[in-house]
Design a protein around this ligand. Structure first.
Ligand code: ADQ
Length: 450
């Protein structure tokens, strides 16, 4: 096996790593590879160290880098632009300069960490320039790039200052992976429109090399979620949650997201408030639990979203609640994976209603957790997960999150559905998710990269 190096904004050293880490870490370990990334703390650069059998190469970011490269260009320019501009992207020259400098630092660290002929896999929108920079430093490497977020339509991407540089950066890879086929097509069309290249099918020739652009829909560590769902302690806490929230006579609706304006949290809460106002559901019959992980709280758009959501939660509970019983529980907190799975097991209806989302792993985690084939999933059309969980198998209740009436209709359909219909839907979704876990995703990408 060729040595395998992962380059990602963050290092895989968190207490509860996600699916990406659990899929890629073993490959890096068994190939004698490495992981290049930032610790998450400014002005900190430990020497390279060994973590669970993988060589870790920390990249240092100063406080200014965090402001400009991470919170600026990555999270206030690229993130909103690539999510349909649901909040207006902000363009600043100083951010772009810092982004380029930090990308160069990542590319240099990756070059230093990679053995001759190694395979390097670069991840996500914070590092769009790295493949091109790394190719210049190390033409001997096999380079893959995967974008975890959507890739925007041509008209939107065209607004990005220095758009050609970003495309050239991505074209430094041999394989450019996206969540959706449409995203790969957008990218290929842009190489023609901006750089005058001639894409042919899913390939395009660039500087004497062939670059392939293709969809590789990401997934989750299904075995991990299923094991948690089978754990008697997790099942106990699911029962306790239901009891605390009013027992089986009260329908439990659930939302779990990072607090991000792309996730459609405020629209979802608005729809729920209207269902209460219309009397379609009452505080005695239903309760919504919304878990929102604090995220990017130094960015203005995120602070404003928090205020909007908290005001609306207060309004709904004030208007429709009772002493000792409220219709909406809002937790601005992170939870362990075991606690999330307990919530998934307890929930009758899972609400996943983003305005735009590359994939959405919460939807897949919910499905994986429901070994009992119980529960229902209400899912936005604008998530990557919708292709698999709705279009392909008809499992989820589809909604357009921009249309409050459609959100209400989707939730009401899930409430009204019979147990056999629901079990059939859940069975079909489970088959899809279980057959396509994150290991299969990683293998498919790396086999194609070669
Ligand atoms: P995210 O935007 O972060 O990911 P998502 O795919 O839903 O969105 O993944 C979130 C992860 O965080 C899930 O594993 C979830 O369990 C966890 N999580 C959410 N809320 C939590 C909480 N309160 N406490 C603890 N954990 C919580 C980006 C893209 C997505 C894409 C993924 C993977 O935006 O579209 O699916 O990357 O490629």
């Amino acid at each position: 096996m060729k040595p395998f190096v992962v380059v990602a904004n963050r290092l895989p050293v968190d207490a509860s790593p996600g699916g990406l880490v659990s899929a890629l870490h073993p490959i890096a370990r068994s190939s004698g590879g490495a992981w290049v990334g930032w610790t998450g703390e400014p002005d900190e650069r430990p020497e390279p160290f060994e973590h669970e059998g993988v060589r870790i190469h920390p990249v240092e970011l100063s406080g200014d880098d965090v402001d400009r490269y991470y919170e600026g260009q990555s999270n206030s320019t690229i993130w909103p632009l690539f999510h349909d501009s649901v909040e207006p992207p902000v363009h600043r020259r100083a951010w772009r300069v810092a982004y380029e400098q930090v990308n160069r630092r990542f590319a240099e660290a990756a070059a230093a960490a990679s053995a001759p002929g190694a395979t390097v896999w670069v991840h996500d929108y914070q590092l769009l320039l790295v493949p091109g920079m790394l190719r210049e430093l190390r033409p001997d490497l096999r380079i893959g790039f995967f974008l975890h977020i959507p890739f925007p339509p041509v008209e939107l991407f065209m607004q990005l200052p220095r758009r050609a540089d970003f495309l050239r950066g991505m074209l430094g890879a041999d394989l450019v992976g996206f969540q959706q086929p449409l995203a790969a097509q957008n990218f290929l069309r842009l190489t023609a429109q901006v750089l005058g290249l001639r894409p042919d099918g899913e390939r395009v020739e660039y500087e004497g090399r062939t670059v392939t652009a293709r969809a590789f829909p990401i997934s989750i560590d299904v075995a991990e979620i299923e094991a948690l769902a089978a754990d008697p302690a997790v099942q106990d806490s699911a029962r306790r949650l239901r009891k605390d929230l009013g027992g089986d006579r009260r329908l439990l609706l659930l939302g779990v997201d990072r607090l991000d304006y792309t996730k459609g949290i405020d629209q979802r809460i608005e729809a729920y408030g209207e269902l209460l106002a219309d009397g379609i559901i009452t505080n005695d019959e239903a309760v919504l639990v919304q878990v929102a992980t604090p995220s990017r709280m130094r960015v203005d758009h995120y602070r404003q979203l928090r205020e909007r959501v908290e005001r609306e939660v207060g309004r709904i509970n004030g208007e429709f609640g009772d002493v000792g019983r409220v219709p909406l529980h809002y937790l601005f907190q992170s939870r362990t994976r075991a606690e999330l799975v307990a919530l998934y097991l307890a929930a009758d209806i899972m609400l996943v209603t983003p305005l735009r989302d590359g994939m959405n792993l919460v939807a897949k985690e919910y499905v994986a957790a429901r070994r009992d084939e119980g529960g229902a999933l209400v899912l936005s059309e604008f998530t990557g997960a919708h292709s698999e969980l709705s279009e392909l198998c008809g499992g989820a209740f589809s909604v357009n999150p921009y249309d409050v009436d459609d959100l209400k209709r989707g939730i009401a359909s899930a409430i009204a559905a019979g147990p056999e219909d629901l079990a059939g839907r859940m069975r079909r979704m489970r088959e899809q998710v279980r057959a396509h876990d994150v290991d299969r995703w990683a293998r498919a990408f790396l086999d194609t990269l070669g």
